[in-house]
Design a protein around this ligand. Structure first.
Ligand code: SAM
Length: 263
């Protein structure tokens, strides 16, 4: 039977615990993030601290958010010598990022727990006005959806919602062997940066979100049928959109136009 040290509680699958163990990958993530001492940084899910202590050595203020009490305890034991490291025993889904930012703009880094990565992305999207940028590791399949262009199988609600308000760039792929325990899937690191001035601004974010969600919940239908309760034929014509087109063929700019015309 495997013995676990007190600073190394056994991994919990239900919390998406796959700890980074490949030093080259850890260094590469941090190099892509490029921490500067004055940055206000939040790390999501520090786990056993693979990224944490390297970051804490370079930053005046680092906040880490960990839900697992055993890991929080282990991190706290190693906290001495890092006066700028603040450990939050909390759920990253409910943390108030704007309150933490207190008028500044946060930088977020994390090897995200895969089980909550999509809801977390929507939470960051909601709080984007307090966020400068994010370097995140996620399942490769999710990163493909985040970066997808119109017309493909991966293009959907996540692509449109993120790309409307952020630049989204895949940085590099990471294989299962970089983690302990290895996940069953490949991962990728992505950079997201909320636009200070989005190229396609929306006047009513709630309505935009409703239009996009409704369109992609019925992706086999034509856009006219999928959106019939929100958008009429005249609006489609005015927006220059073929009513027989499928939802996955419309660009971010098309969805923004439809949302603005039907507000
Ligand atoms: N950063 C570490 C690393 O790279 O080795 C751990 C990454 S592991 C994929 C995800 C971490 O997020 C785990 O430590 C897990 O306990 C934590 N976690 C899971 N759900 C969470 C939540 N809702 N809020 C905060 N942390 C969470």
């Amino acid at each position: 039977m495997q013995q676990h040290r007190p600073d190394k509680p056994p991994p919990r699958k239900s919390l998406g615990q796959h700890f980074l163990r490949d030093e080259a990958v850890i260094e590469r993530i941090i190099a892509c993030f490029g921490p500067a001492p004055q940055d206000l940084v939040v790390e999501i899910g520090p786990g056993r601290g693979a990224l944490t202590f390297r970051l804490a050595g370079q930053l005046r203020e680092l906040h880490v958010v960990e839900i697992d009490k055993a890991l929080v305890k282990a991190l706290t034991r190693q906290q001495e010598g890092y006066p700028g490291l603040h450990i939050h025993a909390a759920d990253a889904m409910t943390l108030d990022y704007c309150a933490l930012a207190a008028g500044r703009r946060l930088r977020i880094i994390g090897n995200l727990p895969y089980n909550v990565s999509t809801p977390l992305l929507f939470k960051f999207l909601h709080d984007r006005h307090c966020i400068r940028d994010m370097v995140l590791m996620l399942q490769k399949e999710v990163v493909d959806r985040m970066c997808a262009s119109p017309g493909g199988r991966d293009y959907g609600r996540l692509s449109v919602m993120l790309q409307q308000s952020c630049s989204v760039d895949e940085l590099f792929e990471v294989g299962p062997g970089a983690f302990d325990p290895p996940p069953k899937v490949n991962s990728a690191v992505v950079r997201l940066a909320p636009y200070p001035h989005p190229p396609h601004p929306v006047g009513d974010p709630g309505h935009f979100s409703r239009v996009v969600q409704t369109a992609f919940s019925q992706r086999r239908k034509t856009i006219r049928n999928a959106l019939k309760l929100l958008v009429d034929g005249a609006m489609l014509a005015h927006a220059g959109i073929d009513p027989g087109a499928r939802p996955e063929t419309l660009s971010v700019a098309d969805y923004v136009r439809l949302s603005e015309l039907s507000r």
